[in-house]
Structure formats: structure tokens, C-alpha cells
Design a protein around this ligand. Sequence first.
Ligand SMILES: [Zn+2]
Length: 108
Amino acid sequence: MRSHCPLCNTFLKAGQILPAGRFRCPVCHGEIRASGGYGQCIFWGTLSVLICFFWILGYRDEHLIYAVLIALVPVDVFVLRTLKYVIPPDLEPHLPDLSLHLKGGPRS
Ligand SMILES: [Zn+2]
């Protein structure tokens, strides 16, 4: 699998890609990011593996929850930083959220 800049179609090496958050293409300097599903898949996959891992070790009930919560962030960051070399993410342009999050209807 290869990751290309969606703006200029330049091939990006895994070391040039941030798997979470936006970053600039080193060639066209456009803001791009990994697809949103990539980080979510890694998060849920990491969570599932951690639950199984601690379950096999004999953790149950609240001890299982505490162990998974403590291990989740460092393991998720490690997996995010290393998995991109094995399975690079699809890249997409970063589009800023321009919604104003207004509540209520128009004034009359
Ligand atoms: Zn580019």
C-alpha cells in the first residue's frame, strides 16, 4: 500500500505521515490528514486486544477496566506510530470545520 498526497499526488514515505491530526505535505505544503477511519480502527483494535490480553492474564471486573484504561493511551500511541510503516493510512485533504455551531433558528 502506498500513501499519496491527495492534493499533488506525491508519494509520501511512512515517516512523513502523521497517523492522527493534520500535517503539511512536504512538496505542495497543503494541509492533509489520515482518513478518520484509520485512527478509529486502530483505537478500537487496540482496545479489543488489550481487553483480551488482560482477560487472559486473569483480570476481571474493575481490575480489568483499570488495567485497560491505564494501558490504553501508551499502547494506542505506540501502535499509531508504528503501524503506519506496515499499513499506511489513506490520506485526504484537511478541511477546516467552518460550521458555526449556531443554536436556534433564524431571528424574525
Ligand atoms: Zn502534496
